[in-house]
Design a protein around this ligand. Structure first.
Ligand code: CP
Ligand code: NVA
Length: 300
């Protein structure tokens, strides 16, 4: 594992190895065991979009590992004024030990890895959110004990979260059902791959996807960069809400996950959100542990 650009690049064994290390790092943190796994290592963190969890968990994470995190807003970098990513990659490789980047185009992340000589971590693109899904898988295993025999249902927009969740679930043998309105499906290469490599269902009907689900996952209807489509999307997605009525068709001990930020009353009701707040905020906490594991794997 040289980079974390998208989950497709990782084998099942590599994913499990990150999750096992994440569990170990969480145990150590909870028991006051401090080890400088990345003493003196420097991580640059480029943000072209807003962030609460990704920014704070990466910065906290690298600090706790004995390294240093540098927040690099694209509005301050020359990249924001048109310096090519190829050049940025080559320059940053001379100073840093790793780069985390949140941006729009997946190609930019791939180019950063291609032209630089240091590990690159995708902290969200329009196409993928691998760090989030590693934390999600960690949380699922914490609650369910293993991945065996589980079914995950995702409803809403076929966005970066849907793309990465499908890949993560299929790689770990979780059955996956995705309900999206026509025209808002996840990436077609990913869905075709999922169909031939795992137990995967793509449907327009929430009732079909949610049936006997162990995990129900949702995300915002208008992702970052789509703010101008918000009103139109509220109409298109109104039947894709996670609410108590829909959850009746899932397993009784269903867990509800959300990558956050959540829009109560849109993709999830206040009632369901609060009833499942424990697992949703454990999931948010696990970003820290999962990303520390990724950094140790890549930067050590
Ligand atoms: N889930 C997630 O990535 O949150 P942020 O946008 O706050 O980083
Ligand atoms: N799909 C959302 C995820 C936020 C963590 C977005 O891209 O805005």
């Amino acid at each position: 594992m040289k980079h974390l650009l998208k989950l497709q690049d990782l084998t099942r064994e590599e994913i499990l190895s990150v999750l096992n290390l994440a569990d170990q790092l969480k145990f150590e943190r909870n028991n006051g065991i401090h080890k400088d796994y990345l003493k003196g290592k420097k991580l640059g963190m480029i943000f072209q979009k807003a962030s609460t969890r990704t920014r704070v968990s990466f910065e906290t994470g690298i600090y706790e590992l004995g390294g240093y995190g540098m927040f690099l807003s694209s509005s301050d970098l020359q990249i924001g004024r048109g310096e090519p990513v190829q050049d940025t990659a080559r320059v940053l490789s001379r100073y840093l030990d790793g780069i985390m980047i949140r941006t729009f185009a997946q190609q930019e992340v791939e180019d950063l890895a291609k032209y630089g000589t240091i590990p690159v971590i995708n902290g969200l693109t329009d196409y993928a959110h691998p760090c989030q899904v590693l934390a999600d898988l960690m949380t699922i295993r914490e609650y369910k004990g293993s991945f065996k025999g589980l079914k995950m249902a995702y409803f809403g927009d076929g966005n970066n979260m849907a793309n990465s969740l499908i890949v993560g679930a299929v790689k770990l043998g979780i059955a996956c059902a995705v309900a999206c309105p026509k025209g808002y499906e996840p990436d077609s290469v990913i869905t075709a791959w999922a169909e031939s490599n795992g137990e995967f269902l793509m449907t327009e009907k929430v009732e079909e996807a949610v049936k006997d689900a162990d995990i129900v996952y949702t995300d915002v209807w208008a992702s970052m960069g789509m703010e101008n489509e918000k009103k139109e999307r509220e109409k298109i997605f109104k039947n894709y809400q996670v609410n108590s009525e829909v959850l009746k068709k899932a397993k009784e001990d269903v867990m509800v996950l959300h990558c956050l930020p959540a829009h109560r009353g849109e993709e999830i009701t206040e009632e369901v959100f609060e009833a499942h707040a424990k697992e949703i905020f454990d999931e948010a906490e696990n970003r820290l542990h999962a990303q520390k594991a990724v950094m140790v794997k890549l930067l050590k």
